[in-house]
Design a protein around this ligand. Structure first.
Ligand code: URA
Length: 432
């Protein structure tokens, strides 16, 4: 077999076989297929697309380029969730403890944030002492004993994806639905769960800017997961504004704690309940979505879910006093209020701009390895469809520097104010 024949076949719009895809990805991982050939193939895939079966073979080839976690020693159905990346998305911090408190095994590896999107690992590290690197053995033991572990990557998961993504990033092929789907699913499948709930974001702050493309991506990822024997759900959710009110690491952990105390923002609470309910259904702990949501709400009211978060933090070396007394989190030195310049209703809040402003304050990284300031960020005071009067506070910046002129300007431009309310819906579609 030759790499060039595989490139030509895809260039001409023909369907690749399992053997051809395996040959190409194996060679690329080993270095016998060169970067320029992989770039040519990804560009051909960008223009020609892939069938569901080709995308499944591509996912499996990338998945088997590295370690695959063996979670068979964990009793019961193991569940996992994934978000395609949002602003203010602290869902894992709430969904994990919620489902684990009902006896559903939540075994999750998370990533770091880059650019305008935050990462769960950075949020967890805002909790003093929290250790994200535990070995596979301890990971399995912890999920068996307390029902949950939230860690960074152990071992070498999907190294071919890392190499391929770096190429796509500089050759204009990031925005290809089969390439995105196989990239995300290879890492998810390598993490070993039986049931996966995907939160596919749609809107200005997301990879997928419209429902049509997000539906294609979600359907393909669900089909790839099912072809690999997993129980799959994808939820399409609106990213035309940040999720919840808080953006920034400690601020988001505090919002997650408030949510587990029953005092979270409505959109964030609703999304957590939706994702958690699908996982509870997959684990067969309830027979309808409504029953699952009712059980989950009880775990908030009786504080069992909050206790599970505290147990998770303690098990991973963190100080659980911060979970029970969130006022202990260090605060930024300065706060600045951004005020509305017109009367009306909030019609849109550009999540990308809010994420960028938070990054400029130090809550995120502009390049891999940048240090993070856990205490800084933004708290929204208004959400889409809220009434606003000129001079009212739209958002509060939490900063550790005195000059925030650029961030204030970004925030001001992020809020659109119109004369009337708009149609806005958080959960756009469920694909199973
Ligand atoms: N996230 C990933 O992990 N891969 C992509 O290709 C896009 C988003």
């Amino acid at each position: 077999m030759r790499a060039i024949d595989i490139i030509i076949k895809k260039r001409d719009g023909l369907e690749l076989t399992k053997e051809e895809i395996e040959f190409f990805i194996h060679g690329f991982t080993e270095g016998t297929v060169d970067n320029y050939q992989a770039s040519a193939l990804t560009m051909a895939i960008y223009f020609r697309g892939m069938t569901d079966l080709e995308a499944t073979y591509l996912t499996e080839s990338i998945l088997h380029s590295g370690d695959v976690l063996d979670l068979s020693a964990i009793h019961g159905v193991k569940v996992d969730k994934h978000s395609t990346g949002g602003v203010g998305d602290k869902t894992s911090l709430v969904v994990g403890p919620l489902v684990a408190s009902l006896g559903v095994k939540f075994a999750k590896m998370s990533g770091r944030g880059l650019g305008h999107t935050g990462g769960t690992l950075d949020k967890l590290e805002a909790i003093p002492g929290y250790n994200i690197s535990i070995c596979e053995e301890d990971f399995v033991r912890q999920v068996n004993s307390i029902g949950i572990a939230l860690v960074g990557q152990t071992g070498q998961l999907a190294p071919a994806d890392k190499k391929l993504y770096a190429l796509r990033d500089v050759t204009g092929t990031v925005e290809s639905i089969p390439l995105i789907a196989s990239s995300i699913m290879s890492k998810k499948l390598a993490s070993g769960a039986d049931a996966i709930c995907l939160d596919v974001k749609v809107g200005s702050g997301a990879f997928m800017k419209n429902v049509e493309d997000a539906t294609k991506l979600a359907t393909l990822m669900v089909n790839i997961g099912k072809n690999c024997g997993k129980d799959m759900t994808a939820i399409l959710t609106n990213m035309d504004e940040p999720l919840g009110l808080a953006v920034g690491n400690s601020l988001e952990v505090i919002e997650a704690i408030n949510t587990l105390n029953g005092n979270g923002p409505k959109d964030f609470t609703d999304l957590c309940l939706e994702v958690a309910a699908h996982l509870v259904l997959s684990a067969k702990k309830a027979s309808t979505l409504d029953e699952a949501k009712k059980l989950l709400l009880e775990q908030i009211e009786n504080k069992k879910a909050l206790e599970t978060l505290a147990a998770l933090v303690e098990a991973q070396g963190g100080d659980k006093a911060y979970i029970l007394n969130p006022e202990m989190f260090p605060k930024a030195n300065y706060t600045f209020e951004v005020k509305a310049q017109a009367d009306g209703y909030i019609s849109h809040i550009d999540a990308l701009a809010i994420g960028n402003a938070a990054m400029m304050l130090g809550a995120g990284r502009s390049k891999i390895g940048d240090a993070i300031d856990h205490s800084v960020g933004i708290v929204l005071n208004k959400k889409v469809n809220d009434k606003v009067c000129r001079g009212e506070t739209l958002a509060i910046l939490h900063a550790n520097k005195e000059d925030v002129v650029e961030e204030e300007q970004l925030l001001l431009e992020a809020f659109c104010i119109s004369k009337s309310q708009v149609d806005s819906q958080l959960i756009l579609k469920i694909i199973k």
